[in-house]
Design a protein around this ligand. Structure first.
Ligand SMILES: Nc1ncnc2c1ncn2[C@@H]1O[C@H](COP(=O)(O)OP(=O)(O)OP(=O)(O)O)[C@@H](O)[C@H]1O
Ligand SMILES: [Mg+2]
Length: 282
């Protein structure tokens, strides 16, 4: 399969972003741009992974990307799809709460909705009929091992069941952007496969679909993502470590020839090794 691609319109632009809590800077100088990747004859979405050791600010960055947290400096821009294209460019707007689907690290669910009700609600903008929605949900519940708990409320779910419900809910709610904070942590091997398949399906089903996820599993990030950011504490010229997270390294797996591979090769492993070293030094 050809891996030719082009980079088109900007779909996410993060400019000079920093976040401080009570005067303490948690992340700073975050700058990056992601573009719509276009491959001839294919629907190609984007999968972006954020890696970094604990406390380096992944969740803080994610809350800012989704508009839940106001940046102390800088901004997060996404295309404003409600405005007409002017001179070939889609105007941008600051992200606000609700523009981007979010599965937080605690896998928050509606307390007063059962699994079934949550998933049904998630599909309210899908354009499907109720019967189609029901069929789709039944299939997903079965694929994701959730059939038995379809009528349960969140408090009665196991950690993994909550997590899968929260992820499914976002995947079904059909926005272009999905930010998932550690969607793979603590899942059993079968559930990891289901979530991986869902990522690939989402990625291939719309040009603008953009999944941004964090993980501590570097192999998984290299396997799934086409773009990886490593967050960590920078070191100054004397080798003294900073205390606010920033992007230490960006791996564009597309230009490295590592994206969209059927198999995990020696080159992928090399990339994993390098990322580990960057992280250990941060
Ligand atoms: N609401 C808050 N108020 C004050 N400090 C916070 C708040 N949220 C996070 N922090 C601090 O910001 C830093 C980064 O936390 P964050 O949760 O973003 O890290 P992380 O990279 O997601 O870590 P992990 O891998 O453990 O999930 C930590 O030192 C944390 O204590
Ligand atoms: Mg976190």
């Amino acid at each position: 399969m050809s891996k030719t691609y082009e980079q088109k319109q900007t779909i996410l632009q993060v400019e000079n972003l920093s976040v401080a809590y009570n005067g303490k800077t948690i992340i700073q100088d975050i700058n990056f741009t992601e573009r719509d990747t276009v491959r001839p004859g294919m629907q190609q979405g984007q999968i972006i992974a954020v890696l970094g050791r604990s406390g380096r600010g992944k969740s803080t960055l994610f809350r800012t990307l989704t508009g839940l947290e106001k940046p102390t400096t800088g901004q997060v821009l996404i295309p404003d799809l409600e405005k007409p294209v002017a001179n070939g460019i889609q105007p941008a707007k600051k992200v606000s709460e609700g523009d981007v689907g979010f599965v937080d690290q605690k896998y928050t669910l509606f307390r007063h909705k059962t699994v079934w009700q949550s998933l049904f609600f998630a599909m309210r903008r899908s354009g499907l009929t109720d019967i189609e929605k029901k069929e789709k949900i039944l299939q997903h519940l079965s694929d994701w091992g959730l059939t038995q708990c379809r009528d349960q409320y969140p408090v009665f779910l196991s950690g993994g069941q909550r997590q899968r419900t929260a992820i499914l809910e976002q995947l079904l709610s059909s926005g272009y952007y999905m930010v998932l904070d550690e969607p793979f942590s603590g899942l059993d091997i079968g559930n990891i496969q289901s979530v991986k398949k869902a990522f690939q399906w989402i990625n291939a089903s719309h040009e603008l679909h953009t999944i941004i996820f964090s993980t501590h599993d570097i192999e998984l990030a290299v396997e799934l993502a086409d773009s990886i950011y490593v967050l960590g504490y920078p070191k100054d010229a004397e080798g003294v470590s900073g205390t606010a997270g920033t992007i230490l390294k960006h791996y564009d797996l597309k230009s490295m020839g590592l994206a969209w591979n059927e198999s995990f090769t020696g080159d992928h492993l090399e990339c994993v090794k390098e990322i580990k070293e960057v992280m250990l030094a941060s």
